[in-house]
Design a protein around this ligand. Structure first.
Ligand code: S3P
Length: 167
């Protein structure tokens, strides 16, 4: 497994951890939302408004097919990217788990405004509950992120990744 992919709900710290991992491993860091924004020339919020969620999900599926062929990359994903994921021996999938309250507290007003699916907190919570099992099922490694530093989280991920490499 030459690549690491980070999945989990909005605001659990996927991008932060991916950057730290990439730095440690000297891998390239990719971000699925950023790649889609670049390709479409629109911010995620605008993309949802102008083209709709279904279109965005299609972009995620196409992107996954491209990413499967990459080597030595750490990929931070959008919270719904797991739907585009397929089992791939080349990708080590890490699920960053946190309680909804923790996630909410972590997101600033600015961060919330960028996330169309967090506009309504009640709906976001429903989505959170509905996705928990799906994240779990797709993960090679599940990590609780609460009250752990970024450095500790990255070390734990690398350790587990190397263990699984040996198998
Ligand atoms: C989404 C999460 C967002 C972004 C889009 C949809 C989701 O990414 O891809 O707004 O379906 O959970 P983050 O998880 O980085 O917020």
């Amino acid at each position: 497994m030459s690549n690491i992919m980070i999945i989990g709900f909005m605001g659990c710290g996927k991008s932060t951890i991916a950057k730290a991992l990439a730095k440690k491993l000297k891998f390239e860091c990719l971000d699925t939302d950023a790649l889609i924004e670049q390709k479409e020339g629109l911010k995620i919020k605008e993309l949802f408004e102008q083209r709709g969620e279904e279109y965005f999900r299609m972009q995620e599926k196409e992107l996954f097919e491209e990413l499967r062929h990459r080597q030595n990359v750490v990929i931070a994903t959008g919270g719904g990217f797991y739907k585009a994921l397929q089992k791939d021996k080349n990708i080590f999938v890490v699920y960053l788990r946190a309680h909804f309250a923790y996630i909410k507290a972590r997101l600033s007003k600015n961060a919330l405004a960028k996330r169309p699916l967090f506009a309504d907190e009640k709906k976001a919570y429903e989505l959170y509950k509905a996705r928990l099992n799906a994240y779990k099922q797709r993960a090679d490694f599940i990590l609780n992120v609460e009250h752990k530093s970024v450095a500790r989280l990255s070390s734990l991920i690398i350790k587990e990744w190397q263990e699984q490499e040996k198998k």
